[in-house]
Design a protein. Structure first.
Length: 274
């Protein structure tokens, strides 16, 4: 029997990158998927964001992996969008067992960053996580069958990791720390319902958020960043793959981790242990 047979997972930021990888791995382990993504550009984000075609490709890949999927465009900054996608998924599958608030952005990190980058980063990666929990958790509690919430944070959510104090970087660091507080709050409140809540903390991941020409140009123009040992993983890998994070999420969502809650789970090639 597959590790997540019969489970239903709600995944934000699912059009590509980590979210797509999570959706595919969950499907491979027997889960059905409710997927959402904004599928449009946020002006303060310096690299091209996912499109509706990307979300369609996630649908194809999840189906190819043997999973069923409901996918819809929605913005986690708008609670009503999260509710709408959730309702579509409930209409199809009747429940949610696993919640992955994964949507994330990297706002402008170089000169010219505007204060809006702060608001966009916080709105997507902190308020968006709260919206996702606020919509999905009540149904899990009402069903009384437990469940798992795994929030995507970052190595930057456990330490002072950032290229600058400009609005976008400040927002990224603050949001990734902030979701740890949400995780601990929800883990305590939901333990009596056998709903486990954890965060995952990847080092740099080989996704379009990092592996893009714009980010590469920034790093190349700032050799002090590229050569700073503080940004190097102790293990000999520059970027982990999205599936490495997905494998950790599959474990945390499965019965193998049935008594693991309230933890900050690193997938960071030893970054926190330097």
């Amino acid at each position: 029997m597959k590790r997540l047979e019969g489970k239903v997972a709600f995944v934000t930021g699912a059009a590509r990158g980590q979210g797509r990888s999570h959706a595919i791995r969950l499907a491979e382990e027997g889960a059905s998927v409710i997927a959402m993504d904004i599928c449009q550009q946020i002006p303060s984000v310096f690299y091209p964001m996912a499109t509706k075609e990307d979300l369609d490709e996630t649908v194809r890949l999840v189906t190819e992996a043997g999973g069923e999927i409901v996918a819809a465009v929605g913005d986690v900054r708008r609670r009503e969008d999260v509710q709408n996608v959730y309702d579509q998924g409930i209409a199809r599958f009747g429940k949610v067992d696993i919640v992955l608030p994964n949507a994330g952005i990297m706002p402008v990190i170089g000169p010219g960053a505007e204060p809006q980058a702060w608001h966009d980063g916080i709105d997507v990666m902190l308020t968006g996580v709260w919206h996702t929990l606020d919509v999905t958790v009540p149904g899990m509690v009402e069903r009384g069958e437990g469940g798992a919430v795994i929030i995507t944070s970052s190595a930057a959510g456990l330490t002072s990791m950032g290229l600058s104090t400009l609005p976008g970087q400040a927002a990224y660091s603050a949001a990734k720390h902030g979701v740890v507080g949400l995780m601990r709050l929800y883990a305590n409140q939901l333990a009596k319902h056998s709903i486990r809540v954890n965060t995952v903390h990847p080092t740099g991941v080989n996704t379009p958020m990092v592996a893009n020409a714009e980010y590469g140009e920034f790093v190349n123009s700032h050799p002090e960043v590229a050569n700073d040992p503080a940004y190097k993983n102790p293990m000999p890998v520059e970027l982990v793959e999205a599936v490495d994070v997905s494998n950790a999420i599959v474990y945390l969502a499965s019965d193998e981790a049935r008594y693991i809650t309230g933890v900050t789970f690193p997938v960071d090639a030893g970054y926190q242990n330097r």
